[in-house]
Ligand binder design. Structure first.
Ligand code: ATP
Length: 320
């Protein structure tokens, strides 16, 4: 059974990796996670900056789908640039759930609450005969949603039975290319208004004091790093000022870059372990060449490489 780039009649094969009754080879396929009584769901995983949001929308543009966010920081309203929420035009009309809905002042949303909210989104999407696509982020939340039985505080890297018929797509990028890409992404985010957004967020004395509480949006990379800057120089301080302010600004940017690289490394390690220890059958898609094309100043080649290395193999082979 192959995923097809063109849509098939739903009565024959409602979702991309449901068994095609016309395929004579279907009995010979190895389908460890496939239980066709379970709800099908695509799970797009990957470290920060690897292109999960793009792949989710790409998949959703080919099959009638809706996307559920599972990045624990993007659940909250606010700091859209700093937390890298997919901008509206890039969503290409695909509905997104649990993206920027939670009230940041309500504290942390525990995995049990995420499981409840995301399960209800999965049911609602499936009941409308659309495909739920989980756009990965926080591996503990993905695990909380997908586990047959949810045990709070359980080690989420241990094996569990999955409650859905999961198609796991893992977007990966080679370390050196990812590091350069992430550093550049921070510079781009600053160009898009991350500093101003943080100045607004951390602008008042109360929110600066509040930002000391390590919950919700306050944990977004950028908040702790820049709160030191704003406490010292005030919210009107400009990054292009001279002297101490300039130095402190550059230090904050460097810290954001370092913490982003560290986050990507830890997230990747957890994904590898979900494949090896928890036994999830992840289909690895290598976006290295696509990202390298952009880094080498050939953005026009990005789409060609992305389609060749990520989208096409994801659609055609990811869920066999
Ligand atoms: P896990 O869910 O795997 O147990 P975790 O609880 O550490 O890991 P992650 O989603 O990996 O959760 O996020 C870890 C930290 O990375 C967050 O606390 C936050 O500091 C930062 N982070 C994660 N996502 C974002 C984001 N979208 N924007 C800014 N910072 C983020």
């Amino acid at each position: 059974m192959r995923l097809s780039l063109c849509r098939r009649p739903r009565s024959v094969r409602p979702f991309p990796w449901s068994p095609n009754p016309m395929d004579p080879r279907r009995h010979h396929r190895r389908r460890p996670h496939h239980d066709n009584k379970k709800t099908p769901i695509v799970v797009v995983m990957g470290a920060t900056g690897t292109g999960k949001s793009r792949l989710s929308v790409d998949v959703a543009s080919r099959f009638p789908s809706e996307i559920i966010n599972s990045d624990k920081i993007q659940l909250y309203r606010g700091l859209d640039v700093t937390t890298n929420k997919i901008p509206l035009p890039d969503r290409r009309g695909v509905p997104h759930h649990l993206l920027g809905d939670a009230d940041p002042s309500a504290g942390d949303l525990p995995p049990s609450a995420f499981r409840r909210l995301a399960s209800s989104a999965v049911s609602s999407i499936s009941s409308r005969r659309r495909l739920p696509v989980l756009a990965g982020g926080s591996n503990s939340l993905i695990h909380a949603l997908l586990s047959d039985r949810f045990v709070p505080h359980d080690d989420f890297l241990s094996p569990v039975r999955l409650r859905f018929n999961c198609c796991f797509l893992w977007v990966d990028i080679a370390g050196d290319v990812l590091v350069e890409h992430l550093d550049r992404r921070v510079d781009e985010m600053l160009g898009l208004g991350m500093f101003e957004e943080l100045a607004g967020y951390l602008g008042t004395a109360e929110s600066r004091a509040e930002s000391g509480r390590n919950v919700g949006l306050n944990r977004a990379i950028g908040v702790p790093e820049f709160s030191k800057f704003f406490s010292r120089f005030g919210q009107r301080a400009r990054p292009d000022a001279d002297g101490e302010a300039r130095k402190a600004y550059e230090e904050a940017v460097e810290e954001v870059k370092e913490n982003t690289r560290r986050l990507a490394e830890v997230q990747r390690m957890k994904i590898v372990r979900l494949g090896s220890s928890a036994g999830w059958r992840l289909h690895r898609l290598d976006a290295t060449e696509a990202v390298r094309a952009v880094l080498e100043g050939e953005p026009a080649r990005f789409k060609e490489m992305w389609d060749r290395d990520v989208l096409r193999p994801g659609l055609e082979g990811g869920c066999m």
